[in-house]
Design a protein around this ligand. Structure first.
Ligand code: ZN
Length: 160
């Protein structure tokens, strides 16, 4: 069965950046299950997998525009320390969930001084060229319930 819209797909994958460092991998875990055509995965990977079938190996390089977007320096801002409940415990690299006008958003601490904590609201992979090495494990028709929810359910039903 070929991958097309509304197929439930399981993949093994390894994601590396352009320095060859592994950013994420399904190795040692269950394959990643997603619903093709529903934006469950980044657009550049979804389009590369269209038409492929189980057992296929796909290597694809995804530019930021088809991945997590370009970095936007305007999304970096200095926040007064007193805005944080535990300001003394904040360290560079910590992530916080905040509410923005576009809904919940994860920000990463990238700097701090005596008065301010500088946070970055870019996706951690924004601006990165992403190199995927994917093996397709399974392709099947999605159930109506999965289509209604816009995501894949596990073999023993619904877990969320
Ligand atoms: Zn569901």
């Amino acid at each position: 069965m070929q991958i097309s819209a509304n197929k439930a797909v399981s993949i093994d994958y390894t994601l590396t950046n352009n320095q060859g460092e592994v950013i994420d991998t399904s190795s040692g875990r269950e394959p990643l299950a997603y619903l093709q055509g529903h934006g469950n995965i980044i657009p550049g990977l979804e389009s590369a997998l269209e038409g492929k079938t189980s057992g296929d190996n796909v290597k694809v390089t995804v530019a930021p525009a088809d991945g997590y977007g370009e970095r936007d320096d305007a999304l970096t801002q200095a926040v007064p320390r007193q805005m944080f409940e535990n300001a003394d415990e904040i360290q560079i690299g910590m992530q916080f969930q905040t509410m923005s006008e576009h809904g919940p958003h994860v920000v990463t601490v990238i700097g701090m001084d005596a008065d301010n904590v500088t946070v970055d609201a870019n996706h951690p992979l924004a601006g990165e060229i992403l190199n995927f090495d994917v093996t397709i494990v399974e392709v099947r028709d999605a159930s109506q319930e999965e289509l209604d929810h816009g995501h894949v359910h596990g073999p023993d039903g619904h877990h969320h």
